[in-house]
Write a protein that binds this ligand. Structure first.
Ligand code: SF4
Length: 364
């Protein structure tokens, strides 16, 4: 095991059965939302995950958190003995929590993909999720204090009211929320402030890993920049790792240390951010990057038009899934599925001819 790896995803697969009714019978087909995805996330790093709508980005994030049960593969959480936050545990139930977490952490690595529901409930304090819509993800009947405190109480991590209040005030302050407003209800806040409340709730249990699922997409551009800066500051202070799912490549570039590109349920490229943005090797990554608007009028803006729609994962193309839209497709592409391989240190690609392509772009 590599020392600083926090989450290891091996051959992850998520299928959804789709029942199609016929006249006297029904047929069950499998929708392969995520197919044979392997990657890792290091402690304290941000991995950006991009792709068109329907490519399976959200399903990957939720399968890692076990909000959706994977149908194949493994998700391993490497604890490395980093037992971070059970200092406030009290009482019999909390003593058990402490024992359990110590036991889990002493194991060094835990397999999330097969963890039982009981263990998973306790382990959830180490992982969290920030949703896209800050309006629908906050309970309008709860005060901000209670919303932020909920993960501590639900996991059984803390019970003492004063200790919970202190923790809530600490994380609310870090998220730059006004502490005078903790007794207010969500409707009294703007979209940006609500997203700060969502982030405070996600980080209150001091998790090691948070999935941000399109967490800035619904916000104005100026508020997006504030939230991105806040997430980066919190990462530096708390050492949390993020899986940052988004379709806006420029936001992903600002936020991420490494970036993965998905197409119809599969990863097609994964590399450090600068390498992926300036030296992509997969034709799909090249097409996505060509569509980023350029602020500099001297830089040519010539987006590549991909023919057709993203294929339905129920009828995913044979061979390379991108072959029906790839401007560089050859005969082999429709027959052989390309292998997921490392073509340079830390740079993975799934394309038969990746070494032949040079899509390097000038640095802005
Ligand atoms: Fe295009 Fe073929 Fe590479 Fe797929 S394997 S991306 S179809 S060139």
């Amino acid at each position: 095991m590599k020392q600083d790896v926090l989450i290891e995803v091996k051959n992850l697969e998520v299928r959804f059965p789709i029942r199609k009714k016929k006249l006297f019978s029904s047929e069950v087909r499998q929708l392969r939302a995520v197919d044979d995805v392997s990657f890792d996330i290091k402690r304290g790093e941000t991995v950006g995950l991009v792709g068109e709508s329907g490519s399976g980005k959200t399903t990957v994030g939720r399968a890692i958190l076990r909000a959706i049960d994977p149908t194949g593969g493994e998700v391993i959480f490497h604890t490395n003995g980093h037992n971070t936050d059970i200092a406030h545990a009290e009482g019999e139930e909390l003593r058990k929590f402490r024992q359990h977490m110590n036991m889990v952490f002493s194991e060094g690595s835990v397999k999330l993909s097969t963890m039982t529901a009981d263990r998973l409930r306790l382990f959830r304090s180490k992982m969290s999720l920030v949703f896209q819509d800050p309006y629908s993800s906050l309970n309008p009947r709860m005060t901000v204090r209670d919303i932020i405190a909920e993960p501590l109480i639900a996991s059984g991590m803390m019970k003492d009211r004063d200790a919970i209040d202190a923790r809530v005030r600490d994380i609310a302050g870090r998220c730059k929320l006004n502490l005078e407003h903790l007794r207010r209800f969500p409707h009294a806040f703007s979209g940006g402030q609500r997203q700060r409340i969502c982030i405070a709730r996600a980080l209150v249990s001091r998790p090691d890993f948070v999935v941000c699922d399109e967490s800035v997409s619904a916000l104005d551009v100026s508020i997006q920049a504030e939230i991105v800066n806040l997430l980066k500051d919190l990462q530096e202070e708390m050492g949390v790792a993020f899986l940052f799912i988004a379709h806006d490549l420029s936001v992903v570039a600002q936020m991420s240390h490494r970036v993965a590109v998905m197409y119809v349920g599969k990863f097609v490229e994964y590399a450090p951010t600068e390498r992926l943005f300036f030296h992509p090797r997969h034709p799909y990554t090249h097409a996505l990057l060509s569509a980023i608007p350029q602020a500099d009028p001297d830089v040519e803006f010539d987006p590549i038009r991909l023919d057709g729609e993203i294929p339905n994962p129920l009828n995913a193309p044979s061979g390379c899934r991108f072959h029906s839209r790839c401007p560089f497709a050859r005969e082999r592409c429709s027959e052989d599925a390309p292998e997921w391989r490392e073509i340079a240190p830390d740079h993975h690609v799934a394309c038969h001819f990746a070494e032949e392509f040079d899509f390097s772009r000038p640095h802005a």
